[in-house]
Design a protein around this ligand. Structure first.
Ligand code: FAD
Length: 399
């Protein structure tokens, strides 16, 4: 039976990024990495590299730059030069500016399909072998590792299994790892939009009584829409004809980018907050959406997971020659615990605060937005959070 040092289950954004973060160090240590994924990038059904776009924080850019991958990603990444946060029908509004923050961009918007292509092309096949298309059907703990059963009736053994198979991980459930789950009773409708006016690098976060929306700048003067609505309403919006859809969107978004001209294919994602109650066991790490799946409105889910990836790679490569011992995995967990708690809390609070039409919360968020504009350090802190650059010192001072 084949045995590898590390088996990564799921070659989505997170699994593929971990393989990249590990590969140089793994080569030096003589480790073998196996990546197992049912869908190749470019496959219409690939769930990680689908029609979505991701807002990558400035911190994420730095991680990919360290891995030597940013020059490829950057070819089709649109810089966010300004973020406008506003509340429909109310006074509060705030603008975050890259120049004020002293960075070239507050973040970058990249289509997931492009990111997937860059990640897979960056893999060093001498260290990272892959089984694709292949799916892990079952996992069995062994002394000093795991045995994975694949859908082609073959098995693989590994010292360390990394479960990065997404938010609806069936394997996590079968391993008896419980989750804490909060249903937001909302869905995110995503689509690409062609506006009448150039976006000039502006991203818009707009909070409405029906739920928050984000319009992010894409290359070729298109925008990526993430529109959160109640479940039934989101379904209706996904099905109405193009004209009706654009007219409803225009009403909510206004004319900041002129008349909205065109909408591409619309897709729906039901939203919830899912947190795995265990992220490490001997010879096992749960990573990415399988570990924590967040509301997308604050654009934090993947950015957080990439910081997890970086920390895990560093801890493993500084650890024992045989990966998988619990003490090393716990050190990783401890390293990321605070970042995870703060980021998940930030996303959840933003969702609850801005997803509600209740008067008390409305007053609070107006003050919040006005307050942010009046109070530069708080604004800078918010911008740093959104960029994935928030430092521990900032958080102690202002959280
Ligand atoms: C609408 C929307 C917009 C978002 N926007 C942003 C954003 O702007 N910024 C941001 O930071 N985050 C964003 N996110 C979050 C981000 O998409 C996720 O954090 C990211 O997709 C998590 O990647 P993952 O690899 O953990 O999981 P997934 O993307 O779910 O990938 C899991 C992979 O595992 C594979 N797999 C599944 N089962 C098995 C198995 N049994 N064996 C082997 N492989 C398996 C799947 O085929 C898939 O490739 C958004 C999310 C949504 C829903």
């Amino acid at each position: 039976m084949k045995r590898v040092n590390l088996a990564i289950i799921g070659g989505g954004l997170v699994g593929a990024s971990l393989a990249l973060a590990l590969q140089a160090g793994a080569k030096a240590r003589g480790w073998s990495i196996l990546l197992i994924e049912p869908f190749a990038p470019g496959d219409d059904f690939q769930p990680s590299y689908d029609a979505r776009s991701s807002a990558l924080s400035f911190g994420t850019r730095q991680i990919y730059a360290q891995l030597g991958l940013w020059p490829a990603i950057e070819q089709r990444a649109e810089p966010i030069l300004q973020i406008q946060v506003s509340d429909r029908g109310r006074l509060g509004a705030t603008r975050l500016d890259a120049q004020d923050e002293g960075v070239p961009a507050l973040g970058y918007v990249v289509e997931n399909a492009w990111l997937g292509q860059c990640l897979w092309q960056g893999l060093d096949r001498e260290v990272v072998s892959w089984r694709c298309p292949a799916e892990v059907k079952a996992m069995q703990p062994l002394a000093g590792g795991y045995r994975l059963q694949l859908d082609d009736d073959t098995s693989v053994e590994c010292d360390l299994a990394i479960l990065a198979d997404g938010g609806r991980s069936g394997l996590r459930e079968r391993l008896g790892i419980h989750v804490r789950s909060t249903q937001y009773e909302q869905s995110a409708l995503i689509a690409n939009i062609t506006p009448g006016a150039a976006h000039r690098g502006q991203a818009f976060e707009r909070f409405t009584e029906q739920g928050p929306m984000a319009l992010l700048p894409l290359p070729d003067d298109r925008c990526a829409l993430v529109w959160t609505r109640q479940g039934m309403d989101a379904q209706r919006l996904a099905q109405v004809d193009e004209r009706t859809f654009l007219s409803e969107l225009q009403q909510v978004f206004g004319y900041r980018l002129g008349a909205l001209r065109q909408v591409g294919a619309r897709h729906l994602y039901p939203l919830s907050l899912i947190e795995a109650q265990e992220q490490v066991r001997p010879n096992l790490v749960v990573l990415g959406n399988a570990a924590h799946s967040l509301h997308p409105i604050a654009g934090q889910g993947f950015n957080l997971s990439l910081r997890d990836v970086q920390a895990l790679a560093e801890v493993l490569l500084a650890g024992p020659q045989v990966p998988g011992d619990l003490a090393t995995l716990q050190a990783y967990r401890q390293h990321q615990q605070r970042d995870q708690a703060l980021t998940i809390g930030f996303s959840d609070q933003v969702t609850r605060l801005f997803g509600s039409g209740q008067p008390v919360l409305t007053a609070g968020r107006n003050l919040g937005l006005l307050g942010l504009d009046l109070l530069p350090p708080a604004k800078s802190w918010f911008a740093r959070q959104a960029m994935g650059l928030g430092t521990r010192a900032d958080l102690r001072g202002l959280a």
